[in-house]
Design a protein around this ligand. Structure first.
Ligand code: RIB
Ligand code: CA
Length: 312
């Protein structure tokens, strides 16, 4: 029985690969809809990019909704320096033909959770948590209806990628993250601690190219663009595929391991704003509220990803 999910996203090349992996896995994932949020680039572009990706996969049947265009209480911080001006730099892809679905993404999230049996819809945020926090605040009754939240965000051992202390998705909207992490929903976190091991080495990117398909070439070209930032900054071997770790977890959770611990969000200090304070060593008696992943079988992840992308 495929798992019903909503992907909330700010595409972003890695978001794009996460969406493609979901669309390539209909036996495990029933993608009810995609909700765009402002993050890597402004909302108009993330909403456009989400449609570009669905069309690339030949899935114009998936509704794409536009959501919040800025964080709850702060100005938007974007990441063109990583993802390029369009947010999807790398491949040359046609503008979307499919229209945006009517209505606000937050209302789609609320209506969908209310329409399906409690505990049967999973939320997969891949960007700032503004849409999710807004939905939870507007309709508190939906929190208990969420099967699970599987999100990409935060960091503990890897610390920050946008500031010395904070990972981008959490940093952009720390108040939204605080609402989500305190909501009581079951949360699985894919932090930089995991995603920095999911690196697209040249060999792995050649495997994408060797698929010799529209999707294979597009993913390889996205990676060629997207890897510059991390290779320069971290000296890493290739682009970290952050967001596809979320989709891969839904398909093969055994690829990942972590700890059920307390995770709280810094929302006051300018110095450490957006830090995910993860009690990995359980040095406090703060209650566990998240399954915080710490490691991934990187080759297993890439074998799965490559095999699935070959289907598109
Ligand atoms: O810090 C990495 C996260 O920020 C990823 O989701 C990437 O797409 C950006 O949104
Ligand atoms: Ca993202």
């Amino acid at each position: 029985m495929p798992r019903k999910i909503i992907i909330d996203t700010d595409p972003g090349q890695d978001d794009a690969v996460a969406i493609l992996l979901a669309l390539a896995s209909p036996d495990e994932i029933d993608l009810l809809g995609v909700t765009a949020v402002a993050g890597n680039v402004p909302l108009e572009l993330t909403a456009k990019n989400a449609r570009i990706v669905c069309e690339l996969a030949g899935h114009t049947d998936v509704p794409v909704y536009a959501g919040c265009d800025r964080p709850l209480n702060r100005p938007l911080v974007t990441a063109e320096h990583v993802h390029g001006k369009t947010g999807l730099d790398g491949p040359v892809l046609p503008d979307p033909q499919m229209p945006l679905a009517q209505g606000h993404a937050v209302d789609f999230i609320i209506d969908t959770l209310r329409a399906h049996e409690p505990g049967t819809v999973t939320l997969c945020p891949l960007g700032p948590l503004t849409n999710i926090a807004t939905a939870f605040t507007k309709a508190p009754d939906i929190v208990d209806r969420v099967q699970e939240i599987v999100l990409m965000g935060g960091a503990y051992f890897e610390v920050g990628n946008i500031t010395p202390a904070a990972e981008f998705n959490i940093y952009v909207d720390p108040e939204a993250a605080d609402i989500v992490f305190k909501s009581g929903a079951h949360i699985v976190v894919m932090p930089l601690d995991v995603t920095h091991d999911a690196l697209v080495t040249p060999h792995r990117n050649d495997a994408f190219r060797a698929l010799d398909s529209k999707v294979g070439h597009a993913v390889a070209e996205m990676t060629d663009f997207f890897e510059r930032f991390d290779k320069e900054k971290y000296g890493s071997e290739g682009a970290p595929l952050h967001d596809p770790c979320v989709t891969a977890y839904l398909i093969r959770p055994e690829l990942f391991s972590g700890r059920h611990i307390n995770v709280e969000i810094e929302t006051q200090s300018e110095l450490t704003l957006g830090m995910t304070v993860a009690d990995w060593w359980r040095v406090t008696d703060r209650p566990a509220n998240a399954m915080f992943m710490g490691s991934v079988d990187a080759q297993g992840f890439f074998d799965l990803l490559t095999e699935r992308l070959a289907r598109l």
